[in-house]
Design a protein around this ligand. Structure first.
Ligand code: SF4
Ligand code: SF4
Length: 405
C-alpha cells in the first residue's frame, strides 16, 4: 500500500491521485472553448479510456450525494452514470416495473443493453440509499458490477445525522483504499477538494450570468456547459475561457423580454432536456435550475480548513433533496435563488413515479404562490417525447398569464 499523493504508487500507475493525472488530448483543444462542451461525451470517453489505460480506476456514480472528492483522492475517476435516454427504457422494463421513474429505468436500461461505455469500464459503482426505486435497482446493478452503498441519513437537520454520514464516508474511504490498494491521506482529500471547489466556483460564476436582466446565454446553453466527469483539466480550462467570453458577450436580441423561469424538481440528465427545451422554445428563458443538474450541488463549497472528511460530510449532507425529511433546505434555497435570479414563475419538474418530488410538490406550490408570490406550474412527465405538445400548451398558457400581469 502506498500514499496516494506520494511517491510509491502501486499497481499500473505511477500516478498522482490528487487530480494530477496525465490527460489525453481532447478534441477541445481548438481555439473555441465551447467546442469542448459540444463534444463533451466523446471528450469524457477519451479521457476515461486514457485514464483507465494508465491504471486509474473508473468509479461510476449516480447521485449528487456521492462525494467525488473521496473518489478522486483515491486516484480514481468518478463518472456520472445517470441515464437520460428514452431509448434504453424498454430494455429496463423487461425486469423493472414500468411504473418507475425514467431516470432509474434509463440508467438500468443502459446496463441491460451494455450500451453505456462508462458503466462498462467502471471498476466500482458508488451509490447511496436515497429513493426506494434507486435502492432496489442498485441491488440488480450490483449483480454485474461491484458496488459500494453509502447509507444516507435522511433527517439532515438532526444532530446525530452528520456523525453517522461521516462514518459512512470513512467506510467509503476504507473501501476505496482496499479495492484500489492506495492510502487516502488528508492531503489527497484537500487537493481533490480544492479541484472540486474550483469547478464549482466556475460553474457558479457561469450560472450567475443568468442573474442579468439580459443574460448572454440561454438556460439550455448553460446546461450544456457541464461535464459527466468532473475536474478534467481541459474542461476546467475551457470553462475559464467560456466564462471570460460570455462575460463580455452581448445578450441575444430581445432576451430581456422573455418570461424568466426558475426550474425546480428532478434532475435533467444528459439527453433528458425535453422540458427545458419546451420552456425555452415556447419563448421563455430558464434563468436558474434549482436541481441536481443545475445549481443545487454547487451552491456550497467544501471548506478547506480543518478535518477534510468533516468538511466533505457537512457539505454533502446539506444537499436539499426530496429524499430528506423534512427537506427544509429546498425552501431556503428557493427563497435565495428567487431573490437572485428574479424569475417570473416557478416550474416544478417531476419525473413520473418519483414519489418524493411528487409529494413535496404540494408544499412547493404553496410556498411559491403564498410566500414567493410567483405563478407555479407542475409538470409531471417521463422521457417520452409523446406529451411534448401537451406540455407546450400548458407552458404557453403560463407565459400568457405572466404577460397579462
Ligand atoms: S435529486 Fe436527490 S436522489 Fe436525485 S441525484 Fe439529486 S440528490 Fe441524488
Ligand atoms: S427522480 Fe425521484 S424517483 Fe427518480 S431517481 Fe431521483 S429521487 Fe429517485
Amino acid at each position: 500500500m502506498s500514499d496516494c499523493c506520494g511517491n510509491q504508487l502501486p499497481v499500473a500507475a505511477q500516478k498522482s491521485c490528487c487530480g494530477g493525472a496525465p490527460t489525453p488530448s481532447c478534441s477541445s483543444s481548438s481555439n473555441d472553448p465551447f467546442a469542448w462542451f459540444d463534444h463533451m461525451i466523446s471528450n469524457c470517453y477519451d479521457y476515461a479510456i486514457a485514464q483507465k489505460s494508465a491504471g486509474y480506476p473508473i468509479v461510476g456514480i449516480m447521485c449528487e450525494f456521492t462525494p467525488r472528492e473521496i473518489i478522486m483522492a483515491a486516484g480514481a475517476v468518478p463518472v456520472c452514470l445517470c441515464g437520460g435516454a428514452h431509448s434504453t427504457i424498454a430494455a429496463a422494463e423487461e425486469s423493472l416495473p414500468s411504473n418507475l421513474c425514467p431516470l432509474i429505468k434509463s440508467t438500468y436500461g443502459y446496463a441491460v443493453q451494455r450500451s453505456n461505455p462508462f458503466l462498462e469500464m467502471s471498476d466500482l459503482l458508488v451509490a447511496e440509499t436515497t429513493c426506494d426505486g434507486k435502492k432496489k435497482m442498485f441491488e440488480m446493478l450490483a449483480e454485474r458490477t461491484p458496488m459500494h452503498i453509502l447509507e444516507l441519513p435522511q433527517k439532515a437537520d438532526e444532530a446525530t445525522s452528520l456523525a453517522r454520514w461521516r462514518e459512512e464516508l470513512v467506510k467509503l474511504k476504507e473501501a476505496l483504499e482496499t479495492r484500489f490498494s492506495v492510502k487516502i491521506t488528508d492531503d489527497c482529500l484537500r487537493v481533490a477538494t480544492v479541484n472540486m471547489n474550483r469547478e464549482r466556483d466556475l460553474r457558479r460564476r457561469l450560472a450567475a450570468l443568468m442573474e442579468r436582466p439580459a443574460p448572454p446565454l440561454t438556460g439550455r446553453r448553460l446546461l450544456d456547459l457541464k461535464s459527466t466527469i468532473s475536474c478534467i483539466p481541459e474542461e476546467l480550462d475551457a470553462l475559464e475561457k467560456v466564462l471570460t467570453i460570455l462575460e463580455q458577450t452581448q445578450p441575444p436580441c430581445g432576451i430581456e423580454k422573455r418570461p424568466r423561469v426558475l426550474l425546480t424538481g428532478v434532475p435533467t440528465a444528459h439527453g433528458a432536456e425535453k422540458v427545458l427545451d419546451i420552456l425555452e422554445s415556447s419563448g421563455g428563458l430558464v434563468v436558474c435550475q434549482e436541481n441536481c443538474t443545475g445549481v443545487k450541488p454547487i451552491l456550497e463549497d467544501v471548506c478547506t480548513c480543518g478535518d477534510p472528511l468533516d468538511a466533505i460530510a457537512k457539505k454533502y449532507l446539506h444537499l436539499p433533496c426530496s429524499v430528506m425529511t423534512p427537506n427544509t433546505g429546498r425552501f431556503d434555497s428557493l427563497h435565495e435563488l428567487v431573490a437572485r435570479f428574479r424569475p417570473d414563475c416557478v416550474v416544478d419538474l417531476v419525473w413520473q413515479a418519483c414519489l418524493t418530488y411528487d409529494v413535496e410538490s404540494a408544499r412547493i406550490k404553496r410556498f411559491c404562490e403564498e410566500e414567493l408570490h410567483l405563478p407555479y406550474l407542475k409538470i409531471e412527465t417521463d422521457y417520452s417525447p409523446s406529451d411534448a405538445p401537451r406540455i407546450a400548451v400548458r407552458v404557453e398558457a403560463l407565459y400568457e398569464t405572466i404577460r397579462g400581469q
